[in-house]
Ligand binder design. Sequence first.
Ligand code: TRP
Length: 334
Amino acid sequence: MIDGKKVLFSGMQATGNLTLGNYLGALKNWLTLSDEYECFYSVVDLHSITVRQEPAELRKRARNLLTLYIAAGLDPKKNCIYYQSHVSGHAQLSWILNCFTYMGELNRMTQFKDKAAKHADNINAGLFTYPVLMAADILLFQADVVPVGKDQLQHLEITRDIAQRFNAIYGDVFTIPEPYVGKTGAKIMSLQDPLKKMSKSDENPNASILLMDDEDTIIRKFKRAVTDSEACICYRDEQPGIKNLLDIYCTCTNKSTEEAVKEFQGKGYGEFKLAVGEAVVSVLKPIQEEFNRLSKDKAYIDGIIKENADKAGYFANKTLRKVEKKVGFPERIR
Ligand code: TRP
């Protein structure tokens, strides 16, 4: 609890271009939570170096992501938006928690298996202990809730196991976090293969809408979106392409599925796809404009970075000092 509010922690990696899926599936939900929770939103750059990065590129993408959090509407006075690498407590707690995590547990992580297969030339120890760093992120702030996608639920489960194990030995040190499953929970699928999640690493550029795509590109990609030959704008599993487009349309316009289905009754796929594209443009355009404006205001963004790193550092240190004492490290001399 901070000032009587429950604590929320989440983070995103600044690797690859963010997609409409990241926005509708995660960021947009975050916007609705800042009144109810004390929120920490990190740009998790420590996680990013588990795979090789080009340094200048990583730095640029991290800054863009931080700016985008704000451009998308997260108020940096209310939400603690910061770089993970600016708060050394993440790495420190991660080391300690490593000593409370079993090799066997980490061996079962499906994301490790996937990533190890994908980066067979660089299966480093960081990739293996990635979930421990994620546990440290969450436990460092005594988070009550963690909004995550389905693919991260296993990591949240191991976080809870590590916290409970630690608490069983040392008493109630860590808050046990719960996953937060968003109300809309929109899972946005690829425009080219609607059975696959829209991914920032998709090789087919028409499969994903990037947050920074311009209007023409967005409309063109929707025109090319894969549908079916049913000639019916219906919301059902047998028509995954149309279903995905309806989900996108409804999330962008805040309409219900029934409303949307009614609206497009008897209309053709061409007209429907154009309407979805336009709905997306009307959501992304203001964010892009704000992003461009903020990007030019270096002093403002720098101020946010400094202020929020200090704020995050303050709360992180509180937990860290407690943990250090519990495990038997000597007290710091002031
Ligand atoms: N592992 C998450 C992802 O790739 C990012 C992340 C890192 C995270 N630390 C976190 C998410 C803590 C929630 C809480 O999506």
